[in-house]
Ligand binder design. Structure first.
Ligand code: NAD
Length: 480
């Protein structure tokens, strides 16, 4: 007799409870072997004053079960609340977000009948560090953090996923023509890892044209790996163009924990009406069953779901007169899936997750990072100032320079405005003054920077932050 697998379940907010009831009903009737621990997460927890939306006891449950089936939550407005999804992904190291998006033509209306794309989104880094500051009256900043180990892990995961699932190509989307250091690193590491998998084709697209191509001819893509923000946006686009965002299930995978959820949100406008499509969470449950080694049950549920789709039983979001047969509510759709357990689709390709063993992609550990030499070469000093022109600022900051550090350029929102300026450039109250080492003054020390900052402050300027400039192995680690 197979033993039950402990899992943690959260009903979430909005349509969450309805679609979770539907998914658990299907899991129960399919005889999934689960020991379910229910935790409370989301809006009510936030409003009790728990800023993460999750009590410590909920984290304890996840640490014990290491498998989380989660319904969507509503994050209350306001800067005091942190995203529960982001916190969970980071706390448990869920670095890979896997989102299969396929069309079910001719049963669900779509402009893309041959679409079968898996989006693999980096889940822990990028702008989702959530480090934001208002620095001046006019300007706010959000830090985009990309690490080499983070890129290596996600790129390797994408190729291992492709190899394990008979996929022929991995595409990478970045904006490295603009963000040369951060997205540039993602692209560079992707190319390095791609070389380790010569039997799988690889390509890179700038994200804007890549996104346009994905929306136009998704059949040309197979597996796509992206930094966090692009993956977040484009996986919703990809799911929607298969027919409905309500169709998408996803897995958040870490080395020792995993979370499974629908890709959509809590859809508060249709909550409580028995209207929501539970397919995303049902398909997430299929991914979960495969992850924990209950592939037979995964196969049965997936095929019953495909058969219900083929039989034209559709929730409102996928219903189309002429194609659909019956507009089903959330509960009725789940019932239709249950009634088809044991049946296979007739026209759509049947699922067959044969072996009863965990279907998990386990990339090899990230390589030891090579030593790099690092040399301080200057400093960017960011100032809040609204008292005059770039030329005036340039004059004053030139005088504030020290024997070791000399002013080279001033920029405003990334546009150089000193020593050369265009009269048409609009300047805010947020300035960056770049000081670099004076030739022939020897090794630059942090004390030299402190002396410069002291001069700048004494000259009456407000420093809002500094950024050290380093060369790594002789190559500048900063953009112009
Ligand atoms: P949403 O995905 O909830 O809704 C977008 C649109 O899709 C709406 O028209 C909605 O009615 C429809 N829709 C979504 N899921 C559906 C389903 N299963 N069946 C039928 N129609 C469906 O996105 P939103 O409106 O931007 O966000 C609502 C809330 O959800 C916000 O508080 C947001 O923070 C939260 N959210 C949570 C998660 C998560 O918990 N994983 C993800 C995204 C958004």
């Amino acid at each position: 007799m197979p033993v039950n697998t402990p899992i943690t379940v959260a009903y979430g907010d909005g349509i969450g409870p309805e679609i979770m009831e539907a998914a658990l009903f299907v899991l129960d009737k399919a005889c999934a072997k689960l020991d379910i621990d229910v935790i409370e997460i989301g809006e009510k927890v936030y409003l009790r004053g728990v800023t993460s939306g999750m009590e410590p006891s909920a984290f304890d449950s996840l640490r014990r079960t290491r498998v989380f089936l989660k319904a969507p939550v509503t994050t209350p407005q306001g800067s005091g609340y942190t995203s529960l999804n982001v916190t969970t992904r980071k706390t448990f190291g869920l670095y890979a977000n896997v989102r299969p998006c396929m069309s079910y033509h001719p049963f669900i209306a779509t402009k893309h009948p041959r679409m079968d794309v898996v989006i693999i989104r980096e889940n822990e880094e990028d702008l989702y560090a959530g480090i934001e500051h208002r620095q001046t009256a006019q300007v706010c900043q959000c830090l985009k953090l990309i690490s080499r180990p983070g890129c290596e892990k996600i790129a390797r995961y994408a190729f291992e996923y492709a190899a394990a699932n008979n996929r022929r190509k991995v595409s990478c989307f970045t904006k490295d023509n603009i963000m040369k250091m951060t997205d540039g690193l993602f692209h560079k590491v992707f190319d390095e890892i791609a070389a380790e998998y010569p039997s799988i084709a690889s390509e890179h697209w700038i994200v804007d044209i890549g996104a346009a191509m994905l929306a136009d001819t998704p059949e040309n893509f197979d597996v796509i790996v992206m930094p966090n923000l692009y993956g977040d946006i484009l996986s919703d686009v990809a799911a929607q163009i298969t027919g409905s965002v309500g169709l998408g299930g996803s897995a958040n995978i870490g080395d020792s924990c995993a979370m499974f959820e629908a890709i959509h949100g809590s859809a508060p406008r249709i909550a409580g009406r028995n209207e929501a499509n539970p397919s995303g969470l049902i398909l997430a449950s299929v991914l979960m069953l495969n992850h924990i080694g209950q592939s037979g049950t995964a196969t049965r549920i997936h095929n019953a779901w495909l058969r219900a789709i083929e039989d034209g039983i559709h929730t409102a979001d996928m219903y189309k007169q002429g194609t659909s047969r019956e507009k089903a509510g959330t509960r009725e759709f789940a019932q239709a899936v249950v009634e088809r357990l044991g049946e296979n689709p007739r026209a759509l390709k049947a699922a067959d997750y044969a072996a009863e063993q965990p279907r998990q992609v386990k990339p090899p550990p990230t390589a030891q990072q090579p030593e790099v030499s690092k040399e301080l070469t200057g400093v960017d000093v960011f100032l809040c100032w609204d008292k005059g022109s770039a030329a005036q600022l340039g004059g004053a900051l030139t005088s504030a320079g020290t024997p070791a550090l000399r002013l080279r350029t001033i920029s405003n929102r990334g546009q150089n405005v000193w020593p050369h300026t265009s009269p048409d450039t609009f300047c805010t109250d947020h300035w960056r003054a770049r000081f670099t080492r004076e030739t022939g003054t020897g090794k630059l020390e942090y004390a030299d920077i402190i002396a410069l900052l002291d001069n700048v402050t004494r000259a009456g300027y407000e420093i809002i932050k500094t950024e050290n400039l380093y060369d790594f192995d002789g190559i500048p680690g900063f953009t112009g």
